[in-house]
Design a protein around this ligand. Sequence first.
Ligand SMILES: Nc1ncnc2c1ncn2[C@@H]1O[C@H](COP(=O)(O)OP(=O)(O)OP(=O)(O)O)[C@@H](O)[C@H]1O
Ligand SMILES: [Zn+2]
Length: 747
Amino acid sequence: MPESPYPPTPCVLGVAVPSPLRRLFDYRPCREAPSGGWQPGLRVRVPFGRREVVGVVVECRDGSALPLSDLRPVASCLDAAPLPADWLWLCRFAARYYQHALGDTLHQAMPGLLRQGRALEARTRERWSVTAAGHRETPSSLGRAPRQAELLAMLRQHPHGLVSQAILAQSFSRDQLRALAGKGLVARHEEPLAASPAAEGEARLAEPALPLNREQASALAAIHERLDGFHPCLLHGVTGSGKTEVYLQLIEAVIARRRQALVLVPEIGLTPQTLARFRRRFRAPVVALHSGLTDHERLDAWEAAASGRAPIVLGTRSAIFTPLAHPGVIIVDEEHDGSYKQQDGLRYHARDLAVARAHHHRIPLLLGSATPSLESLQRALHGDYRHLRLTRRASRHAPARLELVDLRGRRRQGGLIPPVIETVRETLAAGHQVLVFINRRGFAPTLACHACGWMAECDHCDARMTLHRQPPLLACHHCDRRRALPDACPDCGSVDLRPLGSGTERIEETLASLFPEVAVHRIDRDSTRRRDALEQMLTEVRRGEPCLLVGTQMLAKGHHLPHVTLVVVVNADAGLYASDFRALEHSAQLLEQVAGRAGRAAHPGRVLVQTLHTDDPHLRLLAERGYDVLAGQLLEERRAARLPPFRFLALLRLEAPHEAAVVTLGGLAAEALRQRIGERGLAVDCLGPVPAPMERRQNRYHLQLMLAADRRSQLHEAGAWLVAWLEACPEARRVRWSLDIDPQTLA
Ligand SMILES: Nc1ncnc2c1ncn2[C@@H]1O[C@H](COP(=O)(O)OP(=O)(O)OP(=O)(O)O)[C@@H](O)[C@H]1O
Ligand SMILES: [Zn+2]
């Protein structure tokens, strides 16, 4: 008897359902098997408690730990074919690595419409084109139907046809189209809405590639050497060195081999320029995945990537979960960027998943940055990654060094001291633009009473409320609580309430009064809430009129602002003495990136950094020798202090409305874990529990327990055990807890 092409019907399906529980649930197959047989990756509707949910089949087995008669059947199977295997693999990897429930991981990693049970298929549109008969037709034969004749004439001018929408927009009707089709003069084709294949025979590039400089060319050649096989590279190039051009030419080579490129960028909304540059370069469609998409657009993009129709997929963090039919390369731009780490739910790091994924697919991986994370830098220095350097800018001028400006004892006007204001004035007078960076939005960090010292504090957090003027209110940046501005001090009744310190709004106001003749553009989360607001401002800035830009770190992210020649950092001190061991690394990256916006085109740049700590050794090293030298020193310090990347960490966070519940559970968990570590002889340190740096946030108490180990496998074992212990612990029901593997912040 010939073997059946389908797997035999299993008795039991292990299904991952959207739930925080770290286990599969067993079901019996339903009567109608999917046409290809039961396989992992099929979505099923299953009864779960009193609800029905969409889950994913993960295992097909012959037996269950439960009696088969106790198992409920699957209600229905939603897919004819399983969801992409590479996607399922990545979700399983991420769930294991981050100790997260697989059901919830799958749920978070699929487009919303798939979660709701929609089919994974492309939406299509109609395209109409003229047939051979239509080209032979003489216009007079349609004499009695003049509109049809006009429609035919119009379509004849479009060798690739036109989509219905474009035709209807010209005031032609569907009836006219159908009439022509009935006569065999035009034909209708369906094509996918997202990433419809570019017409055959066209050139791949819409715009020619730039001739590379020597360093760019040798970086590209090094990657080209091995386009087959896992080949991780760190493209470590100073700001403005033309990393994007290297990405573009690498992608060109990858798509020429009919493979796909997946490109991760920190925030598309913040760098619409990058997407525009990709779209300008390639004739092939560039599919973008970001938070601005509708559910339908997201599903279309996902399908286009999964089917292989989309050669280039560009997206933010979650795009790492995009399935690819023919993966050819993964590129992570600004690999050091904090936005790649998800801070709730599945706490994954998209860059780290990119490494795992490239390894799994055996394809090259390119991590790009002017200020690489210490993790990636260490791997490059150690030879795990190929270290590709771009030491010069594509333009004439080298990145400017930071000039430290002493704030001590100086009168400040809106945060700036007189000599800095003078330099701003000279720069504007020379016809250039100035960027003023301050990493604090709002008018002032708080409102204070000059009579008694009262300060506006949030009742739900251990934090001050920020004073805003546009619109006027007090807001907590930790829990988003808002309050009206008080008329008088709630403690002593004095009306002498004054803003303390400066935020973007205050600097904007001061600069506008100092320099009334130029425009001041404020760029922060508040001023760019409206869609396209940022792009509009940047377009205005790129026109080149002298102007001032005031903004937060949004301004540091990869923008190419050719007319900016002066960057002013209002205060460099926040990150220097923070308790978080990564604070220094992150603030050095931020300073170097902001500084990198100056002098990128015709004129050289200057960077003035105001600080109260001109003698701080780290700050001086950054100013005098640059990020790479500082990073080398920070690596030595991390090695000495036995911190990442030389050690691995996991952070258990506990929170609840009542302090007692958190403290009790924290104590029990630490004790149980220490005992387990001892029994198993693991070299894992369990530190704490200690209160979180902000103990009360959103009216809840926060406590932490840190796990540290030299070996990842041991950290993993201890973490997995702790999670299982917490799932079984009755005291843990009243406490919200999460385990953060490779935490990026200790907050
Ligand atoms: N080979 C080249 N020849 C001429 N111009 C180039 C070349 N490569 C890049 N450029 C130009 O240099 C400018 C900076 O390049 P790009 O934005 O790629 O730098 P980057 O390394 O990504 O910078 P950042 O890290 O600051 O984001 C761009 O205007 C780009 O068009
Ligand atoms: Zn608050």
